[in-house]
Design a protein. Structure first.
Length: 502
């Protein structure tokens, strides 16, 4: 049903309530491999004929994704002369649209033992050439619409180009004979290189292992209560953690459905959010600018009171989770979105090198401007340089995890640098050992290069809070939010640190 027809129908009916089963248990599919760090594709066959993706080409089951990916991994190995089926962490760059081809290229890279390096279609050729050359990619995969674009780039670099077969986009897939994914110890193997935006220098490749990615995914699955019944609307680019991990790998991990749009369109997003057609969207994540554009569209096209009532009713009753990230969320945007949809956007904090580190709670009250508490397994510290230059390298102001926050007496309201430690923290900057060493303290904490002020708080009632008027003191690394953060007091009964849920 088109958005116009949908809104016309709003005058005569209210949507039937759709209750959010927040308390339902997570769907746990058996992993095909005993290695607990095995990639998401190892879970796909357990979900079989469930719908994994809906895109402009149609509907694609988990079984289809697995078999298409396995066939492509075989072609990759044949092209690169890898008879054993293991590329030994050779880099595989790929450019695909936001559709089934992206997942197949990513999974095929992993199935063949390669490191996936996503390319962004809107980057200029010089930047594409830089990423392919810097990562020393052995091959470039191309969706059918990007073969012509990438041809001159790979020609200059002397790298083979492998177009995805047309069958990926619609035909049901069958298992490719006797070809199988070799048994691997996935834990410490490189999985993905995502390049920073390069605002403080040339982009650096952030190399995450399969164990890192699993920690990112399972932390969010737990925190945000993902289940196989969820349906997420995906309209973000797929060369950053937000689009790749939060919005794609999380639903695929639990057997949920991802509805993928080729690119963002305010009209199409509203149409999908308000539609009653199956699969019905119940999860949405975006950046603040997208929420602002959606409200601009709302102001221009949803002017009648009965239409506004319909929009709010659908969003309140049908959608269980709306998340904002990748930049600071302005308070006016948060407040207006709440009036329009009834949802207080869930804010979280992360960056390319660490995945998600902090998140607001799923079910209890959220504090505007707060990015919540540390995710499972994530530890954070606020520190400053030791002026004595001897003994311990830094002075500890405060530290916290998912259960508690401790503040050093005398260091309330003292600004310091944020440090992060945990299983989601990346392995290295690709081919930059000195930069990698400099990114960590001598005792293994990642230095975010971000200055965080803080205010007093009692132990079990702390939130890591953004100060929207202050710019983060970024030193050498890229960050996915644009405001500073502090710890602040929250009334008891509102989301203490010990409440669970990367």
């Amino acid at each position: 049903m088109s958005l116009r027809r949908l809104l016309c129908a709003a005058a005569s009916r209210r949507p039937a309530p759709v209750r959010c089963r927040r308390g339902s248990p997570l769907h746990t599919a058996p992993v095909a491999c005993s290695d607990r760090s095995a990639p998401v594709f190892s879970r796909a066959l357990a979900f079989g004929d469930r719908i994994a993706l809906v895109d402009q080409h149609g509907r694609h089951t988990y079984k289809d994704l697995y078999h298409h990916s396995l066939r492509l991994s075989r072609e990759l190995c044949r092209l690169l002369g890898c008879a054993g089926g293991d590329l030994q962490e050779e880099r595989v760059s790929f450019m695909c649209s936001n559709d089934v081809s992206y997942v197949v290229a990513q999974w095929a890279s992993w199935m063949s033992g390669g490191v996936a390096v996503p390319l962004y279609r809107k980057h200029p050729q010089a930047e594409l050439e830089y990423v392919i050359r810097d990562s020393r990619s052995a091959v470039v995969l191309a969706g059918r619409e990007y073969v012509e674009l990438l041809g001159p780039v790979v020609g200059r670099l002397g790298v083979p180009l492998l177009p995805l077969p047309p069958t990926v986009y619609g035909a049901a897939a069958e298992a490719p004979g006797e070809w199988r994914v070799p048994e691997q110890n996935w834990r410490d193997r490189g999985a993905m290189i995502i390049y920073t935006s390069g605002t403080t220098g040339r982009p650096k490749g952030v190399l995450s292992t399969h164990h890192n990615i699993r920690a990112m995914v399972t932390g969010l699955v737990h925190k945000w209560a993902w289940t196989k019944d969820d349906v997420i609307l995906h309209s973000l680019p797929l060369h950053h953690v937000h689009g790749v991990v939060n919005k794609l790998l999380c639903p695929l991990w639990v057997g949920a459905t991802c509805v993928m749009l080729p690119e963002f369109s305010a009209e199409l997003v509203w149409e999908k959010l308000l539609s009653s057609e199956a699969p019905r969207i119940n999860v949405f994540m975006a950046v603040p600018t997208i929420y602002a554009k959606l409200m601009d569209y709302y102001d221009k096209h949803f002017t009648q009171p009965h239409v506004q009532d319909f929009v709010r009713a659908v969003c309140e009753e049908k959608i269980r989770l709306m998340v904002s990230g990748s930049a600071a969320l302005p308070l006016p945007v948060l407040e207006k979105w709440q009036r329009v949809t009834g949802h207080t956007l869930l804010e979280r904090y992360g960056m390319t090198e660490i995945g998600m580190a902090l998140s607001n709670p799923l079910t209890t009250a959220r504090t505007p401007g707060s990015v919540g508490t540390p995710l499972p397994g994530v530890e954070v510290r606020i520190v400053s340089e030791n002026p004595k230059k001897e003994g311990y390298p830094y002075v500890l102001h405060a530290e916290g995890n998912e259960k508690e926050t401790k503040v050093t007496p005398g260091f309330t309201e003292k600004e310091g640098e944020l440090l992060v430690r945990g299983p989601s923290v990346f392995r290295e900057y690709w081919d930059k050992p000195e930069e990698t060493r400099n990114a960590f303290t001598c005792d293994g904490w990642f230095k975010t290069g971000v200055s965080w002020p803080r205010t007093p708080c009692p132990l079990s009632c702390c939130w890591w809070k953004r100060s929207h008027g202050t710019r983060w003191g970024r030193s050498t690394r890229e960050i996915s939010s644009g405001s500073s953060t502090r710890v602040t007091r929250v009334p008891r009964g509102q989301a203490p640190v010990s409440q669970r849920p990367l």
